[in-house]
Design a protein around this ligand. Structure first.
Ligand code: ZN
Length: 134
């Protein structure tokens, strides 16, 4: 598998990508009311607090939905690509991909666990693989 394109870092999401570079999956959590939120943003939609922190999560989750992409193809990716919505055990939904298994074998409800895949700039991004696989 070729390296993934380097993610675009913003003031709001750099904590997520910086942790991924270190092989850690973190999710933004409100320091006032403890609500998880993703994608990262400056204000908690629950309590309005601007005090947001990063908390490491287990990396385990379930495929909520998935689609196998064949076209149109971007030269940065190997096809087919599995586009997956993964519900983390902490209750946060991420857009990601599932690797380490044939694209057609990914199933809704399947247990997955985070892995880290290299990027073109030497960083890492979180991806998911079926639980129990290395
Ligand atoms: Zn809050």
């Amino acid at each position: 598998m070729r390296p993934f394109p380097e993610p675009v870092r913003t003031e709001d999401n750099h904590g997520f990508w910086d942790a991924a570079d270190e092989g850690r999956l973190v999710i933004q959590r409100c320091a006032t009311c403890a609500r998880w939120q993703h994608p990262p943003r400056p204000m908690c939609p629950e309590c309005g607090s601007l005090d947001q922190a990063w908390a490491e999560v287990s990396g385990g989750g379930v495929v909520y939905s998935c689609s196998v992409l064949h076209h149109p193809q971007h030269p940065a990716f190997d096809y087919p690509v599995v586009a997956a919505l993964v519900d983390l055990d902490e209750g946060v939904r991420l857009v990601s991909t599932v690797v380490g298994v044939d694209a057609g074998a990914v199933r809704i409800g399947q247990r997955v666990h985070v892995r880290f895949a290299p990027t073109t700039a030497g960083g890492q991004i979180p991806v998911f693989a079926p639980e129990g696989r290395t």
